[in-house]
Design a binder for this molecule. Structure first.
Ligand SMILES: Nc1ncnc2c1ncn2[C@@H]1O[C@H](COP(=O)(O)OP(=O)(O)O)[C@@H](O)[C@H]1O
Ligand SMILES: [Mg+2]
Length: 784
């Protein structure tokens, strides 16, 4: 073949060539490259070519297939001269080829492999114009830029590119090494016009450059991030070292974080709770410890970690032991204790602690709070107490949203955190004095807490996670039921505490208040002794209210004075020193008595009657008085009477005017010529209600008849226009008050006779009750 070398190779190109189908990518002219033939068809095709002219056609298949047919081929391919053949051990063959020129298949001479085709060779078309030159330069310089930034382009490739002189070949070369897809490459191969080809390649380069730019930017960003976190890490380590050097606490957050995280994980949260807790924990881990948010999140996590999510519940209690505890903690209150024991027995039987709420109602100082505390003790449960008196803001119960500055959880969640128990006793004091305002209605929040239908997933605004409070035993206290919102009242098991008579107060003082108060003052119990007279005098002269809180305070005052004397006297704290408190010595400690011992309310003149009232402070006695002056008929009322009481005064007046005419022949001129004035002393205290009706009528008649009402008689009852005596409330409290006032007889409505059973014997002792139906009966007893 040596003599063939000077003949231009184009002239030797045969019109028919065997075709090797290419999977993958097309091969451009002007390249020296190995190709691997692994299919037997390809090898056979190659062998045939070797035996004749040594030329093969390389044509890309439209889609990769195992057994390509003529119809699977693109139209344009490259003719190549086989330079060398290497047989590989696995039977496949590697050939080195030099690609020469484009061709277009005119006709396939066989359908299946080996495919022979009649071809038409294609020269590059187009003039070597200035435009082509400019394009060539552009291509080379762009390509340089890419190749410099891309290690995949070898030095050899670069040189190669510079050495190619023909513009069409440069385009081909670049197209063959650019990372572009096969269809694009095939398209370029099919462009015989140089300019078009170069432009298309230039576009591909541009696209490649864009990709490179993006790639670079991403890389840079990643690098920066890595660098920053590395830098932060080193700085933090350095800070830690500095802190250590200065003896400052290092990494408070780290240990905090670890501790809280472990605590929280210990709860094994699920679902919504887990999601939120994890989220906050993660946030916490990333936060700057000096930011304000950090504290907020820390406090929240701390709260969550301290709530009794898992603490055991349902510890059983011993009913007999509970009974003993209740019995020993308080004097008297037999019915209250019985009711509580019954209630506890039911709870014990019903097992699940859900259901009603205990409500203790009574005047101040009768032991509501202390009975509640005792119930907790009897049940062996934690006790938490808070007052809702005067509370106006719903947030006090349900908390503030965490987004508020200084937000706190509400009382319920606070209580759970403090007691660390899932089933504590919560005492809610003064539920009757709860307010309402624009900040929301605390009673509806409370209802949510107390309602067994809702409280298994109570949601505090601050915590913002559902918490089951259905195991909490709620005890609420109130002075009166009247102002408790009815929906709340309906859910309660109501137990009334009526107040104490003097003998009870003495016992309570002796057994409980005195020892307690001595302890408080740091005095030995044997140091101070009281005579019975002294205690009675305190009850009668200084502490006349229904409860014993004042009594307790007075004892405290006495003991503080004694303690002071002990400390400041010369012989000091000599254990021999004893204090005997008798009636005359009281004035020394407590000053003058507020009430004269005999200062009890008595109807000492005509036109006076002792009535019985029931207020938030307990039962009370009151005097109703009336006088008449000459003048044009009028009826005047004073003493802070409410509208219901004023109406009942009118009824009394009308009834007396009528009855006095009938029964005593009092002419109507008597009234026409008089201005009658009815008054209830202690006018500063507002009074209302209909239960003074019969008392007012009795007073008026006593005045008209100028006849004194029976001594030590009190009465209570509503009066109707026709003279019926209607039932009233609070008989027990009123009786206790009457007893304190040394009353001997009480007129009550017949409708209340059944209530007498509820009044302890020792209270009723020494009092005669007259249940009546009609006003005439009242008159018969009061003005005999
Ligand atoms: N029956 C009682 N036995 C013993 N102590 C009593 C009794 N009733 C009240 N007390 C004491 O009187 C004080 C006031 O009682 P407290 O429970 O505060 O009354 P309340 O809550 O009804 O206003 C407490 O020290 C309480 O222990
Ligand atoms: Mg209380």
């Amino acid at each position: 073949m040596a003599n063939n070398e000077i003949i231009p190779i184009e002239m030797l190109l045969p019109n028919k060539i065997p075709i090797i189908p290419l999977n993958g990518k097309p091969i451009f002219p002007g390249i020296f490259t190995p190709i691997m033939l692994s299919s037997q068809d390809d090898i056979q095709t190659m062998d045939e070519a070797m035996q004749s002219h040594g030329m093969i056609g390389l044509v890309l298949v439209k889609e990769d297939t195992d057994k390509p047919q003529a119809s699977d081929l693109h139209e344009v391919g490259t003719v190549a001269k086989i330079v060398k053949r290497i047989n590989l051990p696995d039977g496949s063959v590697n050939i080195f080829i030099s690609t020469l020129k484009r061709f277009k298949i005119k006709k396939s001479l066989s359908k299946e492999q080996p495919i022979m085709a009649a071809v038409e060779y294609k020269d590059d078309q187009g003039e070597d114009s200035d435009e082509i030159k400019a394009l060539t330069r552009a291509l080379i310089s762009e390509m340089k830029m890419i190749s410099e930034n891309n290690p995949l382009f070898s030095e050899e490739m670069r040189l190669n590119m510079i050495n190619i002189d023909h513009p069409g070949k440069i385009a081909d070369f670049i197209a063959s090494i650019l990372n572009i897809d096969r269809t694009e490459q095939q398209k370029i191969l099919e462009l015989f016009d140089i300019r078009e080809r170069m432009e298309r390649v230039l576009m591909s380069i541009k696209r490649e450059q864009e990709l490179l730019k993006i790639q670079k930017r991403i890389q840079k960003e990643i690098n920066e991030k890595v660098e920053k976190s590395q830098r932060d890490y080193f700085l933090k380590e350095e800070l830690k070292a500095i802190k250590q050097e200065l003896g400052m606490p290092t990494d408070a957050k780290g240990s905090d974080y670890q501790r809280i995280k472990e605590l929280l994980e210990g709860f094994g949260f699920k679902g919504e709770i887990k999601e939120l807790v994890d989220q906050e924990l993660e946030k916490f881990g990333l936060m700057d410890p000096n930011s304000s948010e950090f504290i907020v999140t820390r406090n929240w996590l701390d709260l969550v970690s301290k709530l009794p999510w898992k603490a055991e519940t349902g510890k059983d209690f011993d009913l007999a032991a509970a009974k003993d505890i209740l019995e020993n903690d308080h004097y008297g209150l037999k019915d209250v204790k019985d009711r509580i024991i019954e209630y506890l027995a039911v709870r014990k039987l019903k097992k699940d602690s859900r259901g009603s709420i205990l409500c203790l109602v009574g005047p101040p100082g009768v032991g509501k709070t202390s009975v509640g505390r005792s119930v907790a003790k009897a049940l062996g449960k934690e006790f938490f107490r808070f007052s809702v008196g005067g509370m106006r803001d719903e947030a006090e119960i349900k908390g503030h949203r965490r987004t508020y500055v200084g937000a706190l959880p509400g009382k319920i969640i606070q209580g759970l955190k403090i007691t660390k128990s899932r089933d504590p006793v919560f005492m809610i004091d003064e539920i009757d004095k709860m307010g309402q305002s624009f900040q929301g209605d605390p009673s509806s929040a409370l209802l949510e807490v107390l309602d067994p239908e809702q409280n298994f997933s109570f949601r505090d605004h601050y915590l913002d996670l559902p918490f089951d409070v259905s195991n909490v035993f709620f005890i609420v206290t109130a002075n009166t039921l009247d102002t408790i919102p009815p929906p709340l009242r309906d859910r309660m098991e109501i137990i009334q505490l009526a107040g104490y008579v003097d003998t009870e107060k003495l016992e309570i003082a002796k057994r409980y208040l005195i020892p307690k108060s001595l302890d408080k003052a740091g005095l030995k119990r044997s140091r101070v002794k009281y005579t019975r007279d002294a205690l009675t005098a305190i009850a009668e002269g200084y502490a006349r209210e229904a409860g014993v809180r004042n009594f307790e305070k007075l004892l405290d005052r006495i003991h503080r004075k004694i303690a002071l004397q002990l400390v400041s006297s010369d012989d000091g704290d000599s254990p021999a020193k004893r204090y005997n408190i008798d009636k005359p010595s009281l004035e020394k400690y407590l000053g003058k008595a507020r009430f004269d011992a005999d200062d009890i309310k008595r109807a000492s003149l005509p036109g006076m009657t002792v009535g019985l009232a029931w207020t938030n402070m307990g039962g009370d006695t009151l005097i109703i008085e009336a006088v008449a002056n000459p003048g044009k008929e009028s009826f005047k009322l004073t003493g802070q009477m409410g509208s219901v009481m004023q109406e009942s005064a009118s009824i009394a007046y009308t009834w007396v005017r009528h009855y006095s005419a009938d029964a005593y022949n009092i002419p109507s001129s008597y009234y026409e010529e008089r201005q009658i004035h009815l008054h209830i002393p202690e006018g500063a205290t507002p009074k209302d209600g209909p239960s003074a009706g019969i008392t007012m009528a009795t007073t008026l008649l006593s005045m008209v008849l100028n006849k004194k009402v029976k001594d030590r008689l009190a009465m209570t009852g509503e009066l109707s226009l026709t003279g019926q005596v209607l039932p009233i409330g609070g008989l027990k409290e009123k009786t206790v008050a009457a007893k304190r006032n040394k009353i001997r007889e009480i007129i009550i409505p017949k409708g209340n006779a059944k209530d007498l059973e509820d009044i302890p014997e020792h209270v009723k002792k020494g009092i005669e009750f007259y249940p009546v139906e009609r006003m005439e009966e009242v008159i018969a007893i009061a003005l005999p």
